[in-house]
Design a protein around this ligand. Structure first.
Ligand code: MG
Length: 398
């Protein structure tokens, strides 16, 4: 079995009238998840590693569209021109393989882009001389026979009924002979190859089909496939920003850190109330939407910020994030200082940040570390802070 030569024929010559008109052309050239349906179908076969060649039967008007959608698929593709009916197109595909003469051929609808390697493998394994194979799924819905006006005539017993999918697999010589015989007898209206094989007296077996291996027929099917792919392949736009700040310690009687006033024998010097924690957090938030830094929005040269409470800056950064379509997930601030001790104030700091950002308390973290008495922090010349914020974008409201 393993050394059998196997080829696929992908039938892509139809005009797809039921899918309506589109600038992208017939349905097999429509884009789903940013790629042509046919591109995805061909890749499914190429990536399976199970076929030695792929014949693509195209419409004579579609050469340019075809060329555009096979970029990056790889070698082993043979394009040939189809006929007026599906049956004629398959026959053209079979003729295109006359030189390669594979042992087994798999005939597949271009409009089934979600075929998987397992399904292809099951069909291949079951197909051989005298015996064709096709993937089928048991009919799940109750079946009704109805009049054109919608009046139900009967409920049809669905036991033993299956929906036929593709690829349909056959010994190459068997299916080629069956097609030639049908044409010889003037029978030109077969809608799938299994029907031709059955008519020619071959055994055709069902193998397990794939629930996702649907045929995209109508405009709705294509739109649904597009939504499905965009939903599963879309990037979740999570962005992380960081901020860093330092202020100098000078003689004084208190410091303000993460919005909390703490009595101390020093004070922080600089912009506003010099709250390094909230300044670092402001920068982290602004960084998630490329909105510059705290100095751009609140220049230290402006007298109105002198002594101002720094929650103003965090609140403004939150507005900028929200206006850019962002939703903040968490905020994390680390204070780097020798004194005062932060632990007694940590809960109040987290609550203050939760209030000004609208985050729940478990999404706010405040930590502190000393600098092990080394460097400017260790010598108590200043206090530093770093902050990180994560924001999910995509809910643009303005
Ligand atoms: Mg600062």
């Amino acid at each position: 079995m393993a050394d059998r030569k196997c080829a696929a024929i992908v039938v892509a010559a139809g005009r797809g009238e039921r899918a309506g008109q589109s600038a992208e052309g017939p349905k097999q050239y429509r884009l789903i998840g940013g790629e042509a349906v046919l591109t995805r179908t061909l890749r499914a076969f190429a990536a399976s590693g199970l076929v030695d060649a792929i014949v693509v039967v195209i419409h004579p008007d579609d050469h340019a569209r075809y060329a555009a959608c096979i970029e990056g698929i790889g070698s082993g593709l043979i394009a040939t021109t189809g006929g007026a009916t599906r049956q004629a197109s398959v026959r053209a595909g079979l003729e295109a393989l006359s030189e390669l003469r594979p042992d087994v051929v798999l005939i597949h609808d271009a409009a089934r882009p979600f075929v998987d390697t397992a399904t292809i493998g099951r069909v291949m394994a079951a197909a051989g001389p005298g015996c064709g194979a096709l993937p089928g799924v048991a009919v799940a819905d109750t079946l009704k026979r109805a009049q054109p006006d919608g009046a139900i005539l009967a409920t049809v017993d669905r036991s033993g009924l299956y929906g036929a999918q593709t690829p349909q697999g056959f010994a190459y010589d068997d299916i080629r002979n069956a097609h030639n015989k049908a044409v010889g007898e003037g029978l030109l209206g077969f809608t799938d190859d299994a029907a031709i094989a059955e008519w020619a007296g071959l055994t055709v077996r069902l193998v397990e089909g794939g629930a996702d291996n649907v045929k995209l027929t109508r405009q709705d099917d294509i739109a649904r496939a597009d939504r499905f792919l965009k939903g599963t392949e879309a990037m979740i736009d999570v962005r992380t920003g960081n901020g860093y700040d330092v202020h100098q310690l000078v003689p004084g009687d208190h410091v303000t850190l993460c919005g909390i006033r703490i009595d101390h024998d020093n004070a922080l010097l600089g912009h506003s109330d010099a709250d390094v924690g909230l300044h670092a957090l402001t920068d982290a938030l602004l960084a998630t939407c490329g909105a510059g830094d705290i100095g751009d929005h609140f220049p230290p040269s402006e007298p109105r910020w002198r002594g101002a409470a720094s929650h103003i800056f965090v609140r403004r950064a939150m507005e900028i994030v929200r206006d850019s379509g962002g939703r903040v997930c968490n905020a994390d601030v680390t204070l780097i200082l020798e004194a005062p001790k932060i632990a007694p104030h940590r809960a109040a700091m987290r609550e203050a940040i939760a209030e000004m950002t609208g985050l729940s308390i478990e999404r706010v973290s405040v930590k502190a570390t000393t600098n092990e008495t080394i460097g400017f922090v260790g010598r108590r010349e200043g206090i530093a802070a770093i902050a990180t914020a994560s924001v999910v974008y995509g809910d643009r409201t303005s």
